[in-house]
Design a protein. Structure first.
Length: 241
């Protein structure tokens, strides 16, 4: 669904100006007919975080921040936080203010309504300000089919999963969204959301969580690396491992 919000960008530039354009990994850069043509080519990678009983991420307290399970009423407050968190990332950065919010609503509605797999409610965590109760960040976890490494992970079930799919650990938890408002980014909130989500998943009997990140979103790449995720071979890779 998010791919639908990317669009071709055309810029009337000289060839010299085209060569000086900053590059973004999401786009293919071409120059013809006196214009720069930026065609979206988003590419994602999958990563996996596994744990054992004695090796869970450590949940720490952060000053002024309260961590708690996501509540149904929180969904109404998530879009504004979502927009602020991703405003500088593609495709949001190229959208108007109104389209940016519409895109955020579509993304969150899809997750809320099970379009990204059944919501694992116990592992959906929010960070809240102790001073004014404003939401500072959120982590949304859903259940996707369990695929082998090197296969395409689109998160879609071939058939609707049964109602007991979560309790029977039929699939694999997937970190569908994690976002923190820019005023509180790089303060450890995202990592502490993850630690609490993993603890909840461990209680449910799970031993790993998958994630997906966009090539070119360097903060996300670094966050996954710092928190111990293992990069998986891309399905289109020709490497023999």
């Amino acid at each position: 669904m998010l791919d639908d919000w990317y669009s071709v960008i055309r810029l009337p530039l000289s060839s010299t100006q085209f060569q000086q354009l900053p590059r973004n990994a999401v786009y293919l850069y071409e120059y013809f007919d006196g214009q720069a043509h930026l065609t979206p080519r988003p590419k994602t990678f999958n990563a996996l975080l596994a744990w054992s009983k004695g090796n869970l991420p450590i949940a720490k307290e952060l000053s002024g921040v309260l961590f708690r399970p996501l509540r149904e009423e929180d969904w109404a407050s998530l879009p504004d936080l979502f927009v602020d968190a991703f405003a500088g990332m593609q495709p949001f950065a190229s959208l108007s203010v109104d389209d940016r919010r519409r895109c955020a609503l579509e993304c969150l509605d899809q997750t809320h309504n099970g379009g990204d797999g059944p919501i694992i409610a116990d592992s959906c965590i929010v960070a809240q300000s102790e001073d004014d109760n404003d939401l500072l960040g959120a982590m949304l976890v859903s259940l996707i089919p369990r695929r082998s490494e090197g296969q395409w992970w689109n998160g879609l079930w071939d058939e609707p999963p049964p109602s007991d799919a979560i309790s029977t650990r039929m699939g694999r938890p997937h970190l569908t969204w994690v976002f923190v408002g820019p005023a509180h980014a790089s303060c450890g909130i995202g990592s502490q959301l993850l630690a609490r989500a993993v603890a909840a998943l461990d209680k449910l009997g799970y031993t790993d969580i998958a994630s997906t990140f966009l090539v070119g979103n360097d903060p996300s790449v670094m966050w996954h690396w710092r928190n111990g995720f293992r990069l998986l071979r891309h399905a289109a890779s020709c490497r023999i491992e």
